[in-house]
Design a protein around this ligand. Structure first.
Ligand code: ADP
Ligand code: MG
Length: 211
């Protein structure tokens, strides 16, 4: 069964961009997760690489965004710089139809100076690796008081890389009233226990095949 993005309640600017990008039908994980995400539910998504998870959570992030409010409203945590760059690019691409959305990437292994400067200018959406995000947060350079959406992408890999403590510290600074979206290729006990700690009555979405 296929379904078009027009069958869900996305704003017209996002629908136009999806159309321009040639995204016509939703992938399986998008079909299952997007209605839940757009209804404001916490969602756990499990699906293979290439199943379209990035667009699923990015459309949720952008739907929750108030572009006029120049404050950090979404935080997307990724295991590596390469992934954070890919995610940030997809978010920027999908945000093309919305004016002046600032997406900032904050990853370890990159010089601090430019990141500090960019944070002083502000952003709507932060994408980064847990260690570096926590570093900025603990020095008071990130204000999460207006965060509405928290995304953990490739949560299993973040744990494999030893980011559990950093994740927990970051999440303890986030407002309790928020939407949390967690994506993972696998779902070991450690992820289940984190999910039950940080999510509110989450819906599970699992997709075996790519499309
Ligand atoms: P995942 O994170 O699940 O591994 P990605 O989100 O990186 O996968 O998506 C894989 C590719 O599929 C990307 O190049 C993305 O642009 C593309 N894609 C995502 N959703 C759609 C869609 N509905 N239609 C066409 N292409 C899509
Ligand atoms: Mg992905």
């Amino acid at each position: 069964m296929t379904a078009s993005f027009t069958s869900i309640s996305l704003n017209p600017a996002l629908l136009n961009t999806l159309n321009d990008l040639g995204y016509k039908e939703m992938t399986a994980i998008q079909q299952q997760s997007l209605p839940l995400i757009l209804s404001g539910k916490d969602v756990i998504g499990q699906g293979k690489t290439g199943s379209g998870k990035t667009a699923a959570f990015s459309l949720g992030v952008l739907s929750n965004l108030n572009a006029k409010r120049f404050r950090v409203q979404s935080l997307i945590l990724c295991p590596t710089r390469e992934l954070a760059d890919q995610v940030a690019n997809e978010v920027r691409t999908l945000a093309r139809g919305i004016h002046n959305i600032k997406v900032l990437t904050l990853c370890g292994g990159m010089p601090m100076g430019p990141q500090i400067g960019s944070l002083e200018h502000g952003a709507h959406i932060l994408v980064g690796t847990p260690g570096r995000i926590l570093d900025h947060l603990s020095k008071g350079r990130i204000d999460l008081s207006e965060l509405n959406t928290l995304v953990l992408d490739e949560a299993d890999r973040m744990l494999d890389m030893g980011f559990q403590d950093a994740l927990e510290s970051i999440i303890s600074e986030a407002p309790k009233q928020r939407q949390t979206l967690l994506f993972s290729a696998t779902f070991p006990k450690t992820i289940q226990s984190i999910a039950s700690d940080i999510m509110c009555d989450p819906e599970m979405v699992k997709v075996e095949s790519t499309h």
